[in-house]
Write a protein that binds this ligand. Structure first.
Ligand code: G6P
Length: 612
């Protein structure tokens, strides 16, 4: 999704902005641009469709692009095609004020019409351009960019994270947010604006997360934080705890591959300090509920999108099975527009890696508006969901840059497993179960490593399916959502159509698709329903389907029905997903890579979807 970077200080802004935009590439975009105020105090705008590298190549000489104040943007088209005129920054007609905008101005048509009747000419199809003209309109009388921005934003309905510069005051950037994340980075006699810390952490780790309805006026040597109504706000400076290496690929070809291989550590980080060996249970400090309150819970709703939604489905199996509490999993985008029933004693969880997904945030607010207590499960400290929820748990997966989520998923599942055990231990689960669970969980990182060590074999299997046009993923019970996640990974990055199905449900439809060309990737682990899934796979075999199985180490029999087998180490049933998903992530990665695709930035997708 769209990204914002801004710089003001004594260095040349252009390379800093370009570097910042590159750090935001992972979020997904289709065009990019920068605006700087150059040495002659003149506003210059450079834009390009496509990758940042194209923008960089198109820039004139360094002398022409030198400026100490600038803003930049990556655009992910919502209103208007991804072309040059629609790329940001947008400017007023005299090219004195430039604006970059994330979010959507819902009443832009009305505002545009009004401005047009006043004689304003528009040069793009975007909703964002109205901001440039509106700010210019108010600046004519205010002669003060901060006040002009405030007046303009008063008329705006929708969401925004914006940064604005004006050549008449070359040493100033004004930035504001409502519904779209924005950060002020504080450097050494320099300041940064960004929609995502990744854009600026090579320069500073000292940041202020702007809250909704806040704005900041940044001058060369000072900044002033206020509300959009011009009330002073006390600044709370936070320290970003990411290492710069977290946003570098290191020796890996792609972030996704790096993140897949980080899972032994990221899963451990998700449970570190959260195991209570003495009482054979787990703890999640952020839950902030007493045992008594937790025992009273009759129902849990989990709301999420995409991969996080798949983690939620696994949470449903775990919590219902271990804690015997009824769980309902909802798509955030649906939840917000229906009339959800939240009975008394219901606990609502929202899961979001980014903590910024617009639909999930809206669902959180809807549940709160109905009086529910909402907990957030996020990866991003200071994110809007983390701030707005009534309590919550960080998954501590570290920066996830690859658009296709991998390590965040296993960390989400780890935390949901801890939650299920906590609730279960308050009810029927025995201390023996709790102790056995903890012992097994501690071995998971090393077992994930064992699967990762099998990379070459998984790559060979990927080679055999890389030219397929369709693929079917099957699983049962707790591994059914894992099949959904495996299918999602494949389609996201390889563009092969893939579907996940409960294995037994296959005979009610997808079986019609089975022939000798259709790879069927099945999770068939040794558990209570092993024989059942083998029967389902025999139905595939009888129709000449190609079967690739994810099987438990030592299961020789499964070779009889499989074209290939990927073995994973044995573990207890509740922890299966943490292992069974790993080969599916690796398979998707290798298929996409063998097809020559950009694994980290798949077409049309965005890392964090901050619009509806
Ligand atoms: C986008 C991403 C997915 C992600 C989903 C939910 O669609 O491409 O990878 O699962 O958003 O994101 P969240 O940050 O809320 O987990």
């Amino acid at each position: 999704m769209c990204g914002i970077v801004g710089y003001i200080g004594s260095r040349n802004a252009t390379p800093i902005l370009i570097e910042g935009l590159k750090r935001l590439e992972y979020r997904g975009y289709d065009s990019a641009g920068i605006a700087i105020i150059n040495k002659k105090k003149s506003l210059k705008i450079f834009k390009e469709v496509g990758k940042i590298i194209e923008l960089e190549r198109s820039l004139p000489t360094p002398a022409e692009t030198f400026g100490k104040t600038g803003i930049a943007h990556t655009r992910w088209a919502t209103h208007g095609e991804p072309n040059l005129k629609n790329a940001h920054p947008h400017a007023d007609e005299n090219k004195k004020i430039a604006v970059v905008h994330n979010g959507i101005i819902e009443n832009y048509k009305k505002l545009r019409k009004k401005l047009e009747t006043k004689g304003y000419n528009f040069s793009s199809d975007t909703d964002s351009e109205v901001l440039a003209h509106l700010i210019e309109y108010f600046n004519r009388t205010e002669k003060n960019l901060t006040l002009a921005v405030q007046k303009a934003l008063k008329l705006v309905e929708g969401t925004f994270g914006i940064a604005v510069i004006n050549e008449e005051n070359p040493n100033q950037i004004v930035a504001a947010r409502k519904g779209s994340p924005l950060i002020l980075g504080i450097g050494n006699n320099e300041f940064f604006i960004a929609s995502d810390v990744a854009a600026i952490i090579i320069h500073t780790k000292k940041v202020i997360y702007l809250q909704d309805g806040e704005m900041v006026t940044v001058d060369k040597d000072k900044f002033e934080l206020t509300t959009l109504e011009n009330q002073a706000v006390k600044a709370k400076i936070s320290e970003v705890d990411w290492q710069v290496s977290a946003i570098e690929k290191g020796n890996y070809d792609y972030f996704m591959l790096k993140e897949i291989f980080e899972q032994p550590i990221s899963v451990e980080n998700a449970f570190r300090g959260r195991l209570n060996e003495k009482l054979s249970t787990c703890r999640l400090g952020g839950l902030s509920m007493s045992g008594e309150e937790l025992r009273k819970i009759k129902k849990i709703q989990i709301i999420a999108c995409g991969t996080s939604w798949h983690a939620a489905l696994i949470g449903e199996y775990l919590i219902e099975n271990l804690a015997r509490v009824s769980v309902e999993v909802e798509y955030a985008s649906e939840y917000r527009y229906r009339n959800p029933i939240i009975p008394a004693d219901t606990l609502v969880f929202v899961i979001s890696q980014s903590g910024e997904t617009a639909d999930t945030l809206a669902a959180l607010r809807e549940a709160q508006a109905r009086g529910a207590k909402v907990f957030g499960l996020t990866n991003t400290i200071g994110s809007t969901i983390a701030r707005e929820s009534d309590g919550g748990v960080y998954i501590h997966a570290g920066a996830e840059i690859g658009v296709a989520s991998t390590k965040a998923f296993t960390s989400q599942v780890t935390v949901l497993t801890l939650l299920a055990v906590i609730l279960g231990r308050m009810k029927d689960l025995s201390p023996t179960f709790g102790a056995g669970f903890i012992k097994e969980l501690k071995q998971i990182p090393q077992k994930i490593q064992q699967i990762l060590d099998n990379d070459e074999k998984i790559k060979q299997i990927a080679e055999t399916i890389k030219d397929s046009t369709n693929a079917l993923y099957l699983g049962r019970g707790i591994n059914y959502p894992v099949a959904l996640e495996g299918a999602l990974k494949l389609k996201e990055i390889s563009y092969i159509h893939a579907e996940g199905y409960p294995a037994a449900e296959m005979k009610h439809g997808p079986i019609a698709l089975i022939d000798e060309n259709m790879p069927v990737i099945a999770i068939a682990l040794k558990d209570a329903i092993y024989d059942k899934i083998i029967s389902n796979l025999n139905e595939v075999k009888a129709r000449n389907g190609r079967i690739i199985t994810i099987a438990t180490e030592g299961d020789e029999k499964i070779k009889e029905i499989s074209e290939s087998v990927i073995y994973i180490p044995e573990t207890i049933h509740s922890l299966h997903p943490l292992l069974s998903v790993i080969p599916l992530q690796m398979l998707a990665y290798h298929v996409a890579n063998l097809r020559g695709l950009d694994v980290d930035q798949p077409r049309n997708l965005a890392k964090s979807v901050t619009v509806e």
